[in-house]
Design a protein around this ligand. Structure first.
Ligand code: BES
Ligand code: MN
Ligand code: ZN
Length: 513
């Protein structure tokens, strides 16, 4: 089996025109006649061919566009990749992240192994070097990602590795970028590992395999302890929700717990944060079976779980001084003679009973047990992340995850982390009126409510299990998959949530709020 492309990000102090590289990538804004000092310096050596491209309209710096100009021996680079940055006033950190991603993605497609990125000075005026280093490394890892481990034919093969470097003539700038590049590489690689795991299909990743992958993900990290609850232990603990959903499959369910205790003592006022991720390795709907169309995409129903696992790995690799508990319930939702059925009444780990009206509302049934576990472990904050409802996808499309919760400050922190990470969220309600819709006449709760507001009633259901603990819920249905490749993203899993959750924890530590 082929592995993912090894993306390595470094920094180098070198003069632009003297930079020897397979491809030199430079950005340009669309709304200014002046392309900036970098392109001006290059174009002087390239006899105005970049200006010519602009003049004939082939490359004007519009967002999502790019063009290649070939070297003429007067610059040390073999090629120049021009990246459209869009309008200057709309530029954010994500503009930079995506530009780095586009450069890495172009390099992979062109089978180029060494690409150099020159920073547009306009970014340096708005952002500090460390942050820029981080987002560039994140973007480079993201854009260089491909999922092809099961493609045996190698005739059109890609390279096994990609070297990306950020270049600048200023030594102090290079020095300031470096720590950010180190953090960004950790986060970017964790996200790539997450994408590969999520992309693996249901016949490869079942709940026991997901548990093994979790152990693998934190192997060698002394600060993380991984505990796996097998079916027997789930039964001993009366985790009825996880057991009910897992009952239809030959693959037994699991609860995966990743406990990160930093080597550096956390500041006293920092909360212990539990991250809870939905790990349905395949969601057929169960007895309430889904339509055949696009059912294959339900291999991605474990994306929340994997985001949690990869976040714990990134946080541990960075040695962030904050206590984090990753809690991942995992089951395969299949119809069979042993499945749970509509009408069943399930007693959850909390003791609350749930009337099952739809076996396809399985995510909340495993999450409620995992949330109860996190609360019992005395975590101060619980953030769950789940491909929970088609309704959230109807509401927000594929651009923003739904964000619900019971604490305004926590919600604001996650909104800030979304802005910083480029993984976008949008607030949705989950209050009492929605909770009322989830009351059953013959049990404490029912697992499926009326047709309207499905994302909100699902969140309101989960809220019943958090008690007084501060809690937020990320519904990432619709955010888990790129149906089509883009200029910086390859087809398949997005790895959504890894950057968002890691950034949330980094911001807590750095007190950026
Ligand atoms: N995993 C699905 C939600 C989903 C749908 C994720 C589409 C990504 C894309 C979830 O388990 C589910 O089936 N939810 C049901 C809930 C309903 C039965 C109350 C849904 O949204 O239809
Ligand atoms: Mn379902
Ligand atoms: Zn599901």
């Amino acid at each position: 089996m082929r592995q993912i492309i090894d993306v390595d990000v470094t920094t180098r102090r070198v003069d632009l025109v003297k930079c020897k590289t397979d491809m030199l990538a430079v950005g340009r804004f669309s709304d200014s006649g002046d392309p900036g000092p970098i392109i001006r310096a290059l174009d002087e050596k390239l006899d105005g061919s970049i200006a010519w491209l602009a003049k004939i309209g082939d490359f004007t710096g519009k967002a999502k566009t790019y063009a290649v100009v070939y070297g003429n021996g007067r610059i040390a680079a073999e090629r120049v990749l021009l990246l459209g940055l869009g309008e200057r006033k709309k530029a954010t950190l994500d503009t930079l992240r995506k530009a780095a991603g586009t450069a890495a993605s172009r390099a992979v497609d062109m089978k180029i192994k060494h690409v150099s990125l020159a920073l547009h000075p306009s970014f340096s005026r708005s952002f500090d070097a460390q942050t820029m280093g981080r987002v560039i490394a994140e973007g480079a890892c993201f854009g260089g990602y491909r999922y092809d481990e099961f493609v045996s034919e190698n005739g059109n093969g890609r390279a096994g590795s990609l070297a990306v470097e950020i270049i600048d003539a200023d030594a102090s700038q290079i020095k300031d970028l470096a720590p950010g590049v180190a953090a960004g590489t950790i986060i970017g690689r964790a996200q790539s590992a997450a994408r590969t795991l999520a992309n693996r299909p249901g016949n490869v990743i079942d709940p026991p395999a997901l548990a093994k992958a979790a152990q693998e993900m934190v192997r060698g990290l002394r600060t993380v302890k991984c505990t796996i609850f097998d079916e027997k232990k789930l039964r001993q603990n009366k985790m009825g929700g996880i057991l009910a959903v897992g009952s239809g499959s030959r693959s037994q369910p699991r609860l995966i717990v990743l406990k990160y205790t930093p080597a550096r003592k956390p500041a006293k006022d920092l909360p212990t944060v539990a991250l809870v991720g939905k790990g349905i390795t395949f969601d057929s709907g169960g007895i309430s079976i889904k339509p055949a169309q696009d059912m294959d995409q339900m291999k991605l129903d474990k994306s929340g779980a994997i985001a949690v696992m990869a976040t714990v790995r990134a946080v541990a690799q960075m040695g962030l001084p904050i206590n984090v508990l990753g809690v991942v319930p995992s089951a395969e939702n299949l119809p069979s003679g042993t499945s749970y059925r509509p009408g069943d009444i399930v007693t959850t780990y909390s003791g609350k009973t749930v009337e099952i009206l739809n076996t396809d509302a399985e995510g909340r049934m495993i999450l409620c047990d995992a949330i109860t576990y996190a609360v019992k472990q005395k975590c101060d904050v619980v953030v769950d992340i789940a491909t929970l409802t088609g309704a959230c996808m109807v509401a927000l499309g594929t651009y923003k995850a739904g964000l619900m919760g019971n604490d305004d400050k926590l919600i604001a922190l996650l909104q800030k982390a979304a802005e910083d990470s480029g993984e976008s969220v949008w607030p949705l309600p989950s209050g009492d009126e929605y909770a009322d819709e989830m009351k059953s006449k013959i049990a404490d709760l029912k697992n499926s409510g009326p047709r309207w507001g499905g994302a909100c009633t699902a969140a309101a259901f989960l809220r019943q299990f958090v008690g007084e603990t501060k809690w937020a819920h990320l519904d990432i249905a619709g955010m888990d998959l790129f149906v089509k490749p883009t200029e910086y993203a390859s087809l398949g899993s997005t790895g959504f949530g890894v950057r968002l959750l890691t950034t949330y924890l980094m911001n807590l530590v750095e007190k950026k709020h």
